[in-house]
Ligand binder design. Structure first.
Ligand code: JFZ
Length: 441
């Protein structure tokens, strides 16, 4: 109840989901790709002959490399096989509707020629504005571009993990001004950007400056009307992150995480807000790592299941790619993109524009929904060859059709319970049955 809430200057700016056209577009896109590309692609997890199993984009930390030494990798940044048009075609074929690009990761190296630091693509043998080339190529294919931006910056002398002295306060104020300048620069140079996804915002220094996170959100929204911003940017007056001290989501959507995809039976509260999860293909590698044998690598089927799982609970899913230093993708990633694309070209209808269906989950898989159309996405085929469906009160199934296939039988077995027949031929892949319903609720 409102009267029990504390008053906040920098808390949630809105209650409930945004309902404007830009937010609807963000939500309807549902499937995205992440690109983690920076200097860390060059060592690919290996430093001075030693292979580190941790996240490749964190190698500087694992191998305790001083910033100036790390940034010398810029002399080797020359992705001669980088072909933005081919990247955009690959994304298009995969069926992703947006791509999130690391403009600057924790290391501080910028993929655009920022005038506020010397650590940018402009100072490398490659010289060209890689970010600009990507934005153009993706947009030309009709794919939205979102910017990943790490506030934490290992290259900047004014960054502080905490504020413990007046000197820290002064330095960090300069750092926040530098960050504002970079963000304004990105928003001005690339006005078609649809979203800012902030990261590296967990340190005490930022939590003590909740006002600044609210300011950044406002600043970007003034510069780019309709732009979306993730909850990870935000901290409130008391340093409470993502959800403010009254429990309300800050930013436009919760930026959740792969290992915490909510339980589709127990954690339905996430259907009340917008959210986006992102996932790595190996266990935890975002940047390019030379050796994928060091951890489990998800199969295309496991990736597909996570995409459907997210959409079935009203969320988006972003699948990560870590391009090689030469500008090409490793073969595993190309094969994954192909496999996802093949499935999406047949079944995309159950993903794009779809949402939580509100029906009780069954063991065979997941429901998604678009208006009066309910999709059954079947990952586990039962021996009975009957898919049990339980409908809410006053909802009847009138017809069941395999997506891009034939009609299948439906039998009412009890009130609000049905057996939907499996398709006669096993496609060998998860299949989708579209239900037509009569909703008298
Ligand atoms: C961060 C980065 O450190 C990492 O390198 C990568 O860019 C990833 C997308 O984001 O890592 C995080 C940050 C927060 C969570 C998980 C991974 N989290 O809140 O669960």
């Amino acid at each position: 109840p409102a009267e029990q809430e504390i008053s906040l200057k920098y808390g949630a700016e809105r209650l409930g989901k945004r309902q404007d056209a830009d937010m609807k577009r963000f939500r309807d896109n549902r499937l995205g790709a992440f690109i983690h590309w920076g200097l860390y692609a060059i060592p690919g997890g290996e430093w001075n002959g030693e292979m580190y199993g941790g996240a490749a984009e964190w190698l500087k930390a694992w191998a305790k490399v001083p910033a100036d030494e790390w940034l010398k990798l810029m002399e080797q940044w020359n992705p001669t096989r980088f072909n933005p048009k081919a990247w955009a075609k690959m994304a298009k074929k995969m069926g992703v509707k947006y791509v999130k690009i690391t403009t600057k990761h924790h290391e501080g190296f910028c993929l655009w020629p920022s005038k506020y630091t010397q650590y940018t693509v402009a100072q490398t043998p490659y010289k060209k504005d890689i970010l600009g080339e990507m934005v153009k190529a993706y947009n030309d294919e009709g794919i939205d571009v979102h910017f990943y931006f790490s506030v934490l910056d290992w290259s900047h002398p004014d960054y502080r993990y905490d504020i413990k002295s007046e000197e820290d306060e002064i330095a960090f104020a300069r750092f926040l001004e530098f960050t504002d300048n970079q963000l304004k620069e990105l928003a001005t140079r690339y006005p078609t950007v649809k979203d800012f996804w902030f990261d590296g915002t967990w340190d005490a220094s930022i939590k003590k400056n909740g006002w600044w996170t609210a300011h950044v959100e406002q600043m970007l929204k003034e510069m780019l009307p309709g732009v979306t911003v993730n909850s990870r940017l935000r901290a409130d007056d008391y340093g409470k992150r993502h959800f403010d001290s009254n429990g309300h989501l800050m930013g436009d959507y919760e930026s959740a995480y792969e290992r915490r995809l909510s339980d589709p039976v127990k954690d339905l509260k996430v259907t009340r807000w917008d959210w986006e999860a992102c996932m790595t293909v190996p266990e935890n590698q975002w940047g390019y790592h030379k050796d994928w044998s060091l951890s489990y690598v998800k199969t295309p089927l496991e990736v597909l299941e996570r995409i459907v799982h997210a959409v079935s609970m009203g969320g988006n899913m972003v699948v990560n790619f870590g391009p090689q230093p030469d500008g090409d993708f490793r073969s595993e990633e190309k094969e994954l993109a192909d496999a996802v694309g093949r499935w999406m070209s047949v079944n995309g209808e159950c993903i794009y524009g779809c949402d939580y269906a509100g029906w009780d989950k069954q063991a065979w898989g997941y429901y998604t929904r678009k208006g009066k159309e309910v999709y059954m996405v079947v990952f586990n085929s039962p021996y009975s060859r009957h898919l049990v469906v339980k409908t809410p009160k006053d909802v009847k199934i009138t017809k069941a059709v395999v997506l891009n296939g034939k009609e299948v039988g439906v039998k009412e077995t009890a009130r609000n319970e049905y057996n939907v027949d499996m398709p006669a031929k096993d496609s060998g892949a998860p299949f989708v049955i579209k239900l037509q319903i009569e909703d008298n609720t």
